[in-house]
Structures are given as structure tokens and as C-alpha cells.
Design a protein around this ligand. Structure first.
Ligand SMILES: [Zn+2]
Length: 125
């Protein structure tokens, strides 16, 4: 199990979430888009990796029991490592902005994985 395997799996999950979001009624895009900031306008490589790892984490959160549990501890480890590399408070600022983007794009809460709601990620990955 390596970095690529979990990123590939996460991308498949993310594509499913995005497709499902297209068909979900009663979801108001404008409610969060205005708060999305350009945190990653010129992302460094570590920030790109950090974003990919967070997307994987959020995708597996949304999948719940369907997610491959073997990947979850690895993704968590990667996120912790990348927070160190990106550094705080930058890592948290990026995470909050990307969490809102994630919700806008997939319609799933990054914190609990539920569809149609958004809970602010407060601490940790
Ligand atoms: Zn939630």
C-alpha cells in the first residue's frame, strides 16, 4: 500500500460524490461559495500533496463503511506529516478553505461525511 494507491482510490470516490452531487436537489451552492478563499493560488508541492491527502480523507469520510479501511490510518498519518511540512497557521487556513470548496463541489460535509450539510472542521485532519 502506497501513496498512489490511496490517491487513486480517493479520486474514484470523489468522482462518484461529484456525480451524485449533480443530481441532488435542494442544495444551495451560493451559501458557501462566497466564503471560499484563494488559499492555494500558488500552491507549493507540499500544499498540493496536503490537499490531495485531505480530499482522500474527506472522500473516505463520505463513503463511511464503504471506504477501504486499510487506507484510513495511512491517510491520517500523511495528513499529520504534511501539516508539519506546510506549517501552522497556513495548514489550518488552507484546510478550512479547501473544506468549503469540498462541500461546494461534492455536496458532502468534510467533517462528518453527511450530504447536504456543512460543519466547520475545527481541529485535526
Ligand atoms: Zn458534518
Amino acid at each position: 500500500m502506497g501513496e498512489m494507491s490511496y490517491l487513486d482510490l480517493a479520486k474514484q470516490v470523489e468522482a462518484r460524490l461529484r456525480a451524485a452531487r449533480e443530481t441532488r436537489p435542494g442544495y444551495e451552492r451560493n451559501e458557501v461559495t462566497k466564503e471560499v478563499t484563494g488559499a492555494a493560488s500558488a500552491p507549493a508541492l507540499t500544499e498540493t500533496l496536503y490537499r490531495a491527502a485531505l480530499h482522500a480523507w474527506w472522500a473516505f469520510t463520505a463513503e463511511g463503511a464503504e471506504a477501504d479501511a486499510a487506507h484510513v490510518p495511512y491517510v491520517f498519518q500523511e495528513i499529520v506529516r504534511l501539516i508539519d511540512e506546510v506549517g501552522e497557521p497556513r495548514a489550518s487556513e488552507c484546510r478550512w478553505a479547501w473544506a468549503r470548496e469540498w462541500y461546494v463541489e461534492t455536496g458532502c460535509c468534510p467533517t462528518c461525511g453527511e450530504a447536504g450539510v456543512f460543519h466547520e472542521p475545527e481541529a485535526g485532519p
